[in-house]
Design a protein around this ligand. Structure first.
Ligand code: P1T
Length: 383
């Protein structure tokens, strides 16, 4: 009889994290070493040099691989380092199709760095799968999507886009940062690569940067292992430890983020100072039914339209509990102004096309008592 696969919360605590062999310590130690003694020329104990492998990072990679249901995982120093590493699979002349609304830094590295090496990018609204089909060219090698998107919360049908890609021999990568593997499993829906800014929900405590690529084929694994070794933008042992520690509580944190996110979205939808709420859990969200089908929760990322930069600034200045800050996914509620923070780099025209107005604020609802979060938002909105 096949062994039953352990549940998500159990795997988050145990996979990759056997007690340490020498002492039985139940936590994976931070292996602070740049190199490893070798027994003879050509004979080592599985490790040669820390840019290639480090036992703390290995444990983390095994854990994240298990949670996303991939075949290998590769950790990098930031989400941007992970995306850049993924794009090294491309060659001059290759074409990439990308969601038109992605984290501003993703579009920046594509257009301002990688385009200089002869890669071409087409941005389409991937929430309409037919736009992806129409954008594919003979030289397209990769489709990269964010779902939900940052910060407009548009949802893409991963299965539909995966089918379109695979019919043409194109790979699909999904940035799963906004939901984490607890609320969305892109590989089970057909994605070939999952990436994360682990800085966000996976870490969960706003105390470390990181990024990861989770693969589904041995070719990708060879490639990303090689990129880690060649370019060296790997996650440090200390940050790997912090991330492993954060991931242990991912399931309980995400359950509470989801509960708090729904309650805050309902509150905001009924507030007279809020002109519009963007949250896939609300019935008026254009892809609400898809989100219900594809995700196992709606998460805690919400954007709100307040009408003007002035209103947004007044709201931000009045916050007492929530922090005005870039980033997301921490235990504390974080509120950002996409037009001047996360999406400043795409320019006013780019923002206007996507509906990222000067009055838009993005809320990463934390796991404080939800009544306290709501009361802070209420006083800040009511003025
Ligand atoms: O910041 P870094 O770890 O390099 O991750 C980049 C990144 C990639 N993908 C998504 C969906 C992201 O949201 C980010 C980073 N985002 C923010 C800093 C932010 O406040 O949206």
């Amino acid at each position: 009889m096949a062994e039953k696969k352990l549940g998500f919360a159990t795997r988050a605590i145990h996979d990759g994290q056997e007690p340490e062999k020498l002492t039985g310590a139940v936590n994976v130690p931070i292996f602070l070493t740049s190199t490893y003694q070798q027994e003879a020329i050509g004979k080592n104990r599985g490790h040669e040099y820390a840019r290639l492998t480090n036992p703390t990072r290995d444990a983390l990679e095994e854990s994240l691989c298990s949670l996303e249901g991939g075949t290998s995982a590769h950790a990098f120093a930031s989400g941007m380092a992970a995306i850049t590493a993924m794009l090294t699979m491309m060659k001059t002349g290759d074409h990439i199709v990308c969601s038109d609304n992605v984290y501003g830094g993703t579009q920046r590295v594509f257009d301002k760095v990688l385009a200089n090496y002869g890669l071409t990018f087409t941005y389409v609204d991937t929430s309409k799968a037919e736009n992806v089909a129409a954008a594919l060219r003979p030289e397209t090698k990769l489709v990269h999507i964010e779902t939900p998107t940052n910060p407009m919360m548009a949802i893409t049908d991963i299965r539909a886009v995966a089918d379109i890609c695979h019919a043409k021999g194109v790979e699909l990568s999904v940035d799963n940062t906004f939901l984490s593997p607890y609320l969305q499993q892109p590989i089970a829906l057909g994605a070939d690569i999952v990436m994360h800014s682990t800085t966000k929900f996976l870490n969960g405590h706003s105390d470390g940067l990181g990024g990861v690529l989770i693969c589904t084929t041995p070719e990708q694994a060879d490639r990303f292992r090689f990129v880690q070794k060649c370019t060296g933008g790997i996650l440090s042992p200390f940050e790997s430890y912090l991330l492993l520690r954060g991931v242990k509580t991912l399931a309980v944190r995400m359950r509470q983020h989801d509960v708090n996110g729904r309650a805050v979205a309902d509150f905001l939808a009924g507030h007279r100072a809020v002109k519009k709420v963007f949250y896939p859990g609300l019935k008026d969200h254009p892809q609400h039914e898809l989100a219900k089908r594809q995700q196992s929760g709606f998460g805690s990322m919400i954007s709100i339209e307040l009408g003007s930069l002035e209103q947004a600034n007044e709201f931000a200045k009045r916050l007492r509990l929530a922090f005005l800050a870039e980033s997301l996914g921490g235990v504390e509620t974080l509120i950002c102004h996409p037009a001047t923070m996360t999406h400043a780099a795409i320019g006013a025209e780019g923002r206007a096309r996507l509906g990222i107005t000067d009055g838009l604020m993005r809320i990463s609802v934390g796991i404080e008592d939800v009544a306290d979060i709501i009361s802070d938002l209420d006083q800040a909105l009511s003025g």
